[in-house]
Design a protein around this ligand. Sequence first.
Ligand SMILES: Cc1cc2nc3c(=O)[nH]c(=O)nc-3n(C[C@H](O)[C@H](O)[C@H](O)COP(=O)(O)O)c2cc1C
Length: 71
Amino acid sequence: MTLLLQAHAEGLGACMMAGPIVAKTEIQALLGIHEPWRMVGAIAMGYPTGEAPVRGRKPVDRVVQWIDEEI
Ligand SMILES: Cc1cc2nc3c(=O)[nH]c(=O)nc-3n(C[C@H](O)[C@H](O)[C@H](O)COP(=O)(O)O)c2cc1C
């Protein structure tokens, strides 16, 4: 998250991807990643060719459910 925020602050576009984990063994060998390090994802990064459209946020009540329960 911090890397994505810093990339944005520096005018870069970035996207977190867990999909490349399917080739984890091959990618780790290619990049020389050894224990105790391990790949948990990949971040594509580059300079955007233009402004990304601003997307709205879903209303909070569509993404949060409050459970009010006595313990
Ligand atoms: C842990 C994690 C893994 C993700 N893996 C992928 C992925 O493998 N492929 C992909 O297209 N997007 C993946 N995403 C989603 C993108 O990073 C990004 O959130 C999504 O494309 C929406 O971006 P936007 O909100 O800027 O449109 C992942 C997001 C997270 C948080």
